[in-house]
Design a protein around this ligand. Structure first.
Ligand SMILES: [Cu+2]
Length: 138
């Protein structure tokens, strides 16, 4: 059981007594990877095959979750917020109209069915080093 499932089952009532906890800023932690101004948090996250990863924009800026097409395992599904089927399409959509943007509080989720290492980026903050990794274990 992962931490997200546990916290979801605790619910809002269980967290009411945790005054001052940073989790309250965005409610119960129901995501795996958050987003700060120019960073994924955590930048590396490990799951098991078949797990779903939920990213939530915990900042005030718009971000994307965009897989590096050449840095995902062979045979793995490409993933990108906005649902683009390739990195070129995702980058073009961002350039044209901020396609794939996750605004504050929005989430993106993807289920990982192939083990291996997946590197991804936030397109608008790539220069700032906003790069993340998902490691999927068998
Ligand atoms: Cu970003």
């Amino acid at each position: 059981m992962n931490r997200r499932t546990f916290l979801a089952s605790v619910g809002a009532a269980g967290l009411a007594g945790v005054a001052g906890c940073t989790a309250l800023q965005f409610g119960p932690k129901n995501y795996d990877v958050g987003m700060r101004a120019v960073a994924f948090d955590p930048s590396e996250y490990t799951v098991s095959v078949g797990d779903e990863v939920v990213w939530t924009n915990t900042s005030s800026r718009a971000h994307t979750v965009t897989a590096y097409e050449n840095s995902i395992p062979e045979g793995a599904d490409y993933f990108a917020s906005g649902g683009y089927d390739g990195e070129a399409a995702a980058r073009e959509a961002w350039r044209e109209d901020m396609g794939g943007a996750l605004t504050s509080g929005q989430s993106y989720r993807h289920t990982f069915d192939v083990p291996g290492r997946y590197d991804y980026v936030c397109i608008p903050h790539e220069q700032g080093g906003m790069i993340g990794t998902i490691v999927v274990e068998k």
